[in-house]
Design a protein. Structure first.
Length: 320
């Protein structure tokens, strides 16, 4: 990175995670462009110091933007991220997560972008893993079209690296939560529980509540993105050697999540259990030793992250 800052494009930069990442690049002195079609992102999430363009990653006009700017780095957060949507409409999922990705990669290849930071998903590419915590080298057995497209994206990136020399790092997120989160996506349960507790409503838990996930706070995910922007790459990269799990390595059950949030809220309106949701993974926790070996670590405890998230959602409800 030059002292004058990089030219960075954040796709999906009006969304929950992407907007935090765009903020971080601006804070370190980079010049940031945000592209988002606002299908799920929110304009109020976009930092006023960023240059914003309302468009999707499939838009042919994206090529003009690459020609005009010549980006050094692209952060690929734009995606169709809802697993249930991918199941009901796999063609829609693929049109965004595959065709949109290819549009970005062709633009980057043609204009000399140095590196892509690609958001993959540790929660879906491994499927129901045999080893927990799950390392990057574990077998890939995605059980949803969303997981298939995320894994396919890594293979496309590997091709562009091997044939065209386009550097990339894949970040396989666990269940990210934090301020600006909505009730959708992999860790939407946090936002749903926060809203219900603030309304004094019972928490709905599917199944016995002992299914586990690896919940990681969004500010820790942001620091992982900054790490990935400059991390040295393996001399002969394959999809696992340039991929980093991003999580805490700690399994948290839905019941435990509810316990902590009730403590944060100082409220216990009760819980209701419904039947298990078909196709839902039972357990997912990531081995983060590889990225920890590069100096990154999750620094927020579950309780601290949940408290900050709860307070943010409360402030939004008061503002509304």
């Amino acid at each position: 990175m030059s002292d004058g800052g990089c030219k960075v494009l954040v796709t999906g930069g009006a969304g929950f995670i992407g907007s935090h990442v765009a903020d971080a690049y601006l804070e370190r002195g980079d010049h940031v462009w945000v592209v988002d079609d606002l299908s799920s992102g929110r304009l109020e999430n976009v930092n006023p110091d960023a240059t914003f363009l309302e468009m999707g990653i499939k838009d042919p006009a994206l090529g003009d933007l690459f020609d005009d700017v010549g980006f050094d780095l692209v952060s690929l957060h734009a995606a169709q991220i809802d697993v249930r949507t991918s199941v009901t409409d796999p063609a829609l999922d693929a049109s965004i997560n595959i065709l949109g990705l290819l549009n970005v990669l062709e633009c980057a290849r043609r204009t000399g972008t140095r590196r892509i930071v690609y958001v993959s998903s540790g929660g879906v590419v491994y499927g129901e893993p045999e080893q927990i915590p799950t390392p990057e080298r574990a077998p890939k057995r995605p059980l949803s079209p969303y997981g298939v497209t995320k894994l396919a994206g890594e293979y496309y990136l590997h091709y562009y690296q091997a044939i065209h020399g386009l550097e990339y790092v894949a970040l396989r997120y666990s269940n990210v939560f934090g301020p600006r989160q909505d009730p959708h996506g992999e860790a939407g349960v946090v936002a749903i529980f926060c809203q219900r507790l603030q309304a004094g409503e019972q928490l709905t838990i599917f199944g016995d509540g002992e299914q586990t996930r690896d919940y990681v706070f969004v500010k820790d995910v942001v620091s992982a993105n900054l790490f990935a922007s400059d991390a040295p790459l393996a001399p002969e990269p394959n999809i696992d050697s340039v991929a980093f799990n991003v999580g805490t390595g700690v399994a948290t059950s839905v019941n435990r999540l509810a316990d902590v949030l009730e403590n944060v809220a100082g409220s216990n309106p009760g819980r209701v259990h419904l039947g298990e949701r078909a196709g839902e993974l039972r357990h997912s926790t990531l081995d983060v030793s590889r990225i920890a070996g590069g100096g990154w670590a999750a620094r927020y405890s579950l309780e601290d992250g949940l408290r900050e998230t709860f307070e943010f959602i409360a402030s939004q409800l008061i503002g509304a």
